[in-house]
Design a protein. Structure first.
Lengths: 194, 656
């Protein structure tokens, strides 16, 4: 208990962080330890190279996109608060909290999770997944399994299925609609972050 | 004029049947063939010129002979199977019945009727539910079907929960029910004090296992959410290991007056042998089967054979060593499916799936049917106290067990089970034919075997009828989370893949292992080593590409056929006939049942009057009356111009 409290006192604004993300003190401490382990030069910030040092993440087909999601546009480093805020997306949803319309949408709600996934596609942040962006993701996921023509057919079919307003791109609403029957809370949750 | 036609038709049928049956009366005993004799011309030709007919002077050459004994067994088997299958066809005439009442109940009811008829004429039904026939022939196809069509991804995601419920849940149920039944036995009023603890525990072990046959037939039509389905499904398959061990242990122990702690310890050890051994054998046979199919590119016609032979072998070898054969065949099917479907041709793949389903359905139909028949024909011993308490205790212990076990395992699950899920989990614990077969073959040294039999049958009837029928309205009423079965869009697949990679990445980031880690590790092992050995053309194919190909193929087929649905063999060219889902008008169904009932009564009375083998006549008359009924119905509607629902399955009158 003593070490938890001492660690917590090292983190600035930790109460606000816990309130915003819903993590318990134990989780915050665990994440802080992890943050420090990644931050080899002890600068208090993480840079892309620190993420890249995680071997398995580097081998992930969309590893670079995941790393990119941690960095807000224009920023080159990630501090602990942003680190925790991004990870809070993956908490399983709290069923017990009543829906309070005055409070902002919790970070781990279904919509926030979907937004996170959407942003993995939409690198240029224009609110739509264009055909080119989709192709990029497909290419990195399917690597050498398919020819370029097959990739293009798959991308065409995907857009055709989801695109309701026929603008040849998938907006967030269309994205959400195509996944309406999927249990996103289950798929996009990490158990130990509960 | 039309009436006259019908009457003529009727008369013709009666004459036909009398012709078939009356000669049977004169053959009161079919002369048995002397063993080993074959009708061969004597090797020595009698002197004095060629003789065309060797014994022409005694009797004339028979133009029409009948040798029933020779074909008796296969013939009766075929007729029983046909009869049960006709019953299945018959149920779907009333569309609403099959919606509310699961087929298992309907089949048991028909079985009860047939059993009553057989009992009243003192005929023995074929011993389908005896130990050997049931466990060697009836059960493997069903278990193979469940293993083959088990959705693998949800299964592996939930494997911990499944095993938890299967093993610990069944143990909890057995021990709980056994102990409480023993306590009940001590009550003098029920007159069952002679059942000792071991016998009670044995009986409890038999009836506490949830039965795959019953559960599957009920849960297949009802769509609960995937998590719930897979847990119920998996539990009923994997509790076999526990049941086998407990059964053998208690049979062994029931003879002994004293139980030593060593035996309990040995029991636990045996459990591991049984469970892991079953799975091990299954995996080995699965791999061998996959490896074999790698080389079958030149013998495409017999490719499906390997699947069936290897899975059946796995089952039999497991039975040889008295380890869990159900687990063996299920794991064999699970392992095999993935690799085999990449090696075999498209046609073989379709054949395999279709035949597996067909065999499973036949077995299930026969099992329920004979469950009904055997209910009437076995000897019963009724004891109100024991039976009622068994039913009550089974329900109570299952409910308690589900509650307690879910509380323990919920923290480990990503989607915890809420109370509604738990209720369905508990309520869906149906018992079935496996319990019956096990009780049927208890050694006669168990004093109250008949009582056990009766109680088991009551248990099965109660769970299958009451719980089976009420589970659908209950699910709707308490609004359990349902699943949507049509999730196969390319969008969902791609996005799901992306999300999986994301989760794997974030988990690496957090430095924690979870089942994605193991899944990833296994996939890499699979790609690098297993696929190279077991698959012929090793082109690693992502599920996205596989789904894309499948969807494109479906599209192409839809363009060829003007409506969605089954393409039957004859309409590969432009189809003139529109095939709509069957929607019989009530008057057609009414007249059908009327014709059926009429012909049944007629034929039954005829055959009961004069026939050597009564079971034969019974079965023949039932099946032929189905034919008669449907033919008459077809004539009726063809003549009267109402839509011919039975011949052509279309709701528009055919032109020409």
């Amino acid at each position: 208990m003593g070490s938890t409290n001492s660690t917590l006192s090292k983190i600035p604004n930790v109460e606000e962080l816990m309130q915003e993300t819903g993590f318990t003190p134990a989780h915050i401490v665990r994440l802080y330890d992890r943050f420090e382990a990644l931050d080899k030069e002890k600068t208090g910030h993480l840079r892309p190279q620190d993420f890249g040092a995680i071997n398995r993440l580097a081998m992930n087909p969309i590893g670079d996109r995941i790393i990119g999601a941690f960095f807000s546009p224009g920023q080159e480093t990630v501090d602990f608060h942003s680190f925790v805020r991004i990870l809070a997306h993956f908490r399983p949803a709290d069923k017990k909290h009543p829906k309070d319309p005055s409070m902002p949408e919790p970070v781990n709600s279904r919509t926030s999770k979907l937004k996170f996934a959407f942003q993995l596609y939409d690198q240029d942040k224009d609110g739509k997944i264009s055909r080119a962006e989709l192709l990029q993701v497909l290419r990195s996921m399917l690597e050498m399994q398919v020819t370029e023509e097959q990739l293009e057919s798959i991308a065409d079919r995907t857009i055709q299925e989801a695109d309701l307003d026929k603008d040849d791109a998938i907006s967030f609403e269309e994205f959400r609609k195509s996944l309406e029957k999927v249990n996103i809370d289950h798929k996009m949750s990490i158990r130990f972050l509960r | 004029g039309c009436e006259a036609l019908l009457e003529l038709f009727f008369i013709w049928f009666i004459l036909f049947h009398s012709f078939v049956y009356l000669p049977c009366g004169s053959y009161t005993e079919i002369p048995p063939k002397p063993p080993g004799s074959v009708t061969v011309l004597p090797p020595v030709k009698p002197a004095g010129g060629p003789q065309a007919f060797p014994d022409a002077e005694n009797s004339n050459l028979p133009v029409f002979t009948m040798d029933y004994a020779r074909i008796q067994v296969p013939f009766e088997v075929t007729l029983w199977v046909l009869l049960a299958s006709f019953a299945k066809i018959g149920f779907h005439v009333y569309h609403k019945i099959t919606f509310w009442v699961p087929e298992s109940c309907l089949l048991i009811s028909i079985g009860l009727i047939v059993g009553a008829i057989m009992h009243s004429v003192h005929e023995e039904p074929p011993a389908v539910l005896s130990y050997n026939v049931f466990f060697l022939f009836m059960l493997p196809p069903i278990v193979l079907e469940s293993g083959y069509f088990m959705p693998t991804r949800p299964f592996f995601e939930n494997v911990g929960t499944v095993l938890w419920f299967a093993v610990v849940g069944t143990l909890w149920n057995s021990i709980g029910i056994g102990m409480s039944l023993y306590a009940v036995c001590q009550i003098e009023a029920f007159e069952v004090q002679d059942i000792n603890l071991q016998e009670n525990m044995l009986f409890a072990a038999i009836i506490s296992a949830v039965d795959p046959v019953a559960v599957l037939s009920v849960f297949e039509d009802v769509s609960v959410n995937e998590q719930l389905y897979i847990v119920v499904f998996g539990e009923c398959l994997f509790n076999d290991a526990v049941t086998v061990v407990l059964y053998n242990m208690f049979i062994f122990v029931a003879d002994m007056p004293v139980v030593e702690p060593v035996d309990v310890f040995l029991g636990v050890a045996r459990f591991f042998v049984v469970g892991l051994g079953g799975m091990g054998f299954g995996v080995i046979f699965g791999f061998v089967a996959s490896f074999t199919t790698r080389f079958t590119s030149n013998v495409r016609e017999i490719e499906p054979l390997f699947i069936f032979m290897y899975s059946y072998l796995a089952y039999l070898v497991a039975e040889l060593f008295s380890i869990s054969s159900i687990m063996a065949i299920v794991t064999c099917a699970l392992t095999m499916k993935y690799y085999v479907e990449e090696n075999v041709s498209q046609r073989s793949c379709t054949t395999i799936r279709h035949v597996v389903k067909m065999l499973g359905t036949i077995s299930e139909t026969l099992i329920f049917f004979f469950l009904g028949v055997v209910t009437i024909t076995t000897e019963h011993e009724w004891n109100w106290g024991y039976i009622m308490f068994t039913l009550l205790l089974a329900l109570v212990w299952r409910g308690l067990g589900v509650l307690v076990l879910t509380q323990i395992i919920n923290p480990f699950r990503t989607i915890p089970f809420n109370f509604k899920d738990q209720f369905i989990l508990g309520y869906g614990g149906l018992r079935g034919a496996i319990s019956f077969a096990l009780v049927f073959t208890l050694p006669d040294s168990i004093g109250r075997k008949k009582l056990f039999l009766t109680t088991t049958i009551c248990m099965i009837m109660f769970t299958v009828f009451i719980q089976g029928i009420s589970i659908r309205p209950l699910i709707e009423f308490i609004n359990v989370r349902r699943t949507n079965r049509n999730l196969e869009t390319i969008n969902v697949e791609i996005h799901s893949r992306l999300i999986e990679h994301t989760i794997a990445g974030v988990e690496d980031l957090c430095g924690q292992w979870s089942h994605y880690y193991w899944k990833d590790k296994f996939l890499k092992f699979n790609n690098r080593i297993l696929r190279k050995i077991l698959i012929r053309d090793n082109r690693a194919e992502s599920s996205i590409v596989a789904l894309y190909k499948k969807l494109e193929l479906q599209n192409a087929m839809e363009i060829l056929d003007t409506v969605s649905g089954d393409i039957n063999a004859g309409s590969s060219i432009v189809s003139l006939q529109y095939v709509y889902p069957l929607s019989p008008s009530s008057s057609c169904s009414l007249s059908l049942s009327l014709y059926f009932a009429l012909s049944l009564i007629l034929l039954l009375s005829l055959s009961l009057a004069c026939s050597p083998s009564l079971s034969l006549s019974l079965v023949l008359s039932l099946t032929l009356s189905f034919f008669l009924g449907t033919t008459l119905q077809a004539w009726h509607t063809c003549i009267w111009g109402v839509s011919p629902i039975l011949l052509c399955r279309s709701s528009q009158p055919l032109s020409g």
